[in-house]
Structure formats: C-alpha cells, structure tokens
Design a binder for this molecule. Structure first.
Ligand code: B1M
Length: 210
C-alpha cells in the first residue's frame, strides 16, 4: 500500500500512533506536504463523515479519527507555515458558538499564518463577545467557521452583535465551513466566503486590500 493510502487508513481507523510517524516518513521521502494533507488527511475525514452518515461510525469513532488527524497536522504544520514574515494584518478566527469542530478552522488558521497574517485563534464555541473583544484589540478581520447547519445562524448573530457594538465599519468578516455557501455569506452580510483553507488566504488578502 502506498504511504499516503496508509496515512489515510490510519486516520480513518483513529490510529494516531501509526498516522503520525507515517506522515513524518512521507515528508522525509519528499512527498509534498499539501499532497499528504489533501490526499491523506482531508480525504480520510471525508470518508469518516460518510461512515458516520451511513451508521458505520458513531461519535466516539469520529472523535478518535479527529485526534489522529490533529496529531498528523502538528507534524505538517512547520511545512505549511513559513516563519518570519512581516504580518499582513491581524485576524481573529474561531468556530462559532455551539460548534465544537476545530480541524477545518485550525487548518485555515495555519494557512493564514503561513501567508503572513497574525492569527488569534479563539478556538471553538466562540460567543460573539469574544470576537468583539478582538476587534477592540485591533483585529482587522473576523473569520468564522461553522460545520453544523444548526450553528451557521450564529455567524449572523455574531455579525449583528458586531453591528450592535458599532464596530461593523472597523472590521471585515469572512466565513466558511462545509455547510456554508457564498449565497449564505452574502445573505448574512459577510464580506467574504471561502470553500477551503487555500482560498481562505486569497479571500483574506483581498479583504485586507493587499
Ligand atoms: Co461532526 N458532524 N458532529 N464531529 N463531524 C459533521 C460536520 C457532519 C457533516 C457528519 C455527517 O453527518 N456526515 C455532521 C453535520 C451535519 C449537519 O449539520 N449538516 C456532524 C454532526 C451531526 C455532529 C454532531 C451533532 C454529532 C452528534 O453529537 N450526534 C456533533 C456536534 C458537536 C458540536 O459541534 N456541538 C459532532 C461532533 C463531532 C466530533 C466532536 C466527534 C468531531 C470533531 C472533532 C474536532 O473537530 N476536534 C466530528 C467530526 C470529526 C466530523 C467530520 C467527520 C469531519 C470534520 C472535519 O474535521 N473535516 C464531519 C463530516 C465531514 O466534514 N465530512 C462531521 C475535515 C476538515 C479539514 O474539513 O472542517 O470542512 P472542514 O474544513 C474545511 C472547509 O470547510 C473550509 O476549509 C477547511 C479546509 O479545507 N473551512 C473554512 C472550514 N472553516 C472555514 C472558515 C473559513 C474558510 C474556510 O473562513 C473563516
């Protein structure tokens, strides 16, 4: 079995102790980090989602697979993030209130950091007030992630709270996450939307005007 396929299998099976050294081995063999990310890790999570939908996996299996993916991402991080770049701007990122999914958000944060942004990662289950605090501390972009159709409306709630605090003209808002669409982003008054981590960088650069 090719190394990438072994990494994918290990993540699907939640075997962090197998996935992590195999990612290192692939890097040592010269496999590009973004190929490991997309064909090994992201594809594995897609499969885990399918198995969950079809009742083959339940929450504990999803959680263990997510842990394996996060361990593997830690190994990849230095290869995805360049060091020592002058900050392009400051971004506060988080998964919205009620939502505990952090892998996609962390990946977006990692890529933004790699592109030269100063990134404040607020984590998951982030209430509007925490984003507002960051705008008051100088964040130029608020970046919100949501993975659940039930938590997507909290993006709108956050935008409304930013408006209510009189800060809307001081910040750009970008949104993303599997159920989020460009149309939804426009509907809730966000300034930008992106489908994946690399286009999130393009969106952020566009919003900051650089
Ligand atoms: Co959850 N979960 N989960 N889950 N989970 C999904 C999202 C689901 C689609 C699975 C399914 O049914 N097929 C489904 C949502 C259905 C829906 O709402 N339509 C679901 C469900 C139902 C649930 C629970 C409700 C299950 C339950 O308890 N019954 C529960 C909710 C808990 C909560 O949040 N309150 C739950 C829990 C969990 C775990 C905790 C077990 C675990 C998360 C662990 C963790 O993150 N630490 C988990 C996982 C792992 C998943 C799946 C399998 C994988 C998510 C993932 O990490 N994908 C997921 C199924 C799936 O997505 N196929 C699923 C990999 C990641 C790289 O992709 O996050 O999409 P993604 O990020 C992408 C893009 O979306 C984009 O860029 C990223 C990189 O390309 N992006 C942005 C993301 N944020 C962005 C922000 C941007 C721009 C782009 O700008 C700001």
């Amino acid at each position: 079995m090719a190394l990438i396929e072994e990494i994918r299998e290990a993540v699907i099976n939640g075997q962090a102790k197998v996935a992590v050294p195999k990612v290192q081995q692939a890097l040592d063999d010269g496999v590009p980090a973004d190929q490991i990310l997309h064909d090994g890790l992201i594809d594995a999570m897609r499969e885990v989602g399918r198995m969950f939908e079809e009742g083959e996996y339940f929450v504990p299996e999803m959680l263990i697979a997510a842990r394996a993916m996060k361990g593997a991402l830690e190994i990849l991080k230095p290869y995805l993030v360049d060091q020592g770049i002058e900050p392009l701007g400051r971004i506060a990122i988080g998964t919205v209130k009620g939502d505990l999914h952090d892998i996609g958000k962390s990946l977006v944060a990692m890529m933004l950091e790699g592109a030269g942004f100063e990134v404040i990662d607020l984590g998951v289950d982030v209430p509007p007030e925490k984003f507002i605090d960051q705008i008051n501390s100088g964040a130029q972009i608020v970046a919100m992630s949501a993975l659940l159709t039930t938590t997507m409306p909290n993006m709108k709630t956050t935008i409304e709270a930013i408006e209510g605090a009189g800060l809307r003209d001081r910040v750009k808002v970008m949104v993303g996450g599997a159920p989020v669409t460009n149309a939804y982003a426009s509907q809730i008054g966000a300034d930008g939307f992106s489908e994946d981590a690399s286009s999130a960088v393009r969106t952020a650069v566009g919003l900051i005007g650089k």
